[in-house]
Write a protein of this length. Structure first.
Length: 99
């Protein structure tokens, strides 16, 4: 088994989705994370917030922050999934450094 690194991932989901649609997107996303042999250790839902600037004609977005443990080699596959899913309008993935 490879070394598991800790990451923090923030995603912004389109605000026009209904709560039911958004929950479905979240469940599919978490299932995809598990498929990568990774695990979500924490989920922090910030909810709908105003964006600093428009993204794809959206002035608001639904923010969710995940703490994830996964192999470094799976990062590209996770980001590819996010980029191909049109429910996400922006994301940032950060490797957590421990001193």
């Amino acid at each position: 088994m490879q070394k598991m690194d800790k990451y923090e991932l923030m995603v912004i989901i389109k605000p026009i989705l209904t709560e039911e649609e958004r929950l479905k997107v979240q469940k599919k996303f978490q299932a995809h994370i598990e498929k990568l042999a990774a695990k979500v250790t924490q989920t922090d839902v910030w909810g709908k917030r105003h964006l600093a600037y428009e993204i794809s004609d959206h002035k608001e977005g639904y923010y969710i922050v995940y703490k994830i443990e996964m192999e470094p080699g799976k990062v590209a596959e996770l980001e590819g999934y996010i980029k191909l899913n049109d429910a996400f309008i922006r994301h940032i993935l950060i490797l957590e450094k421990h001193l």
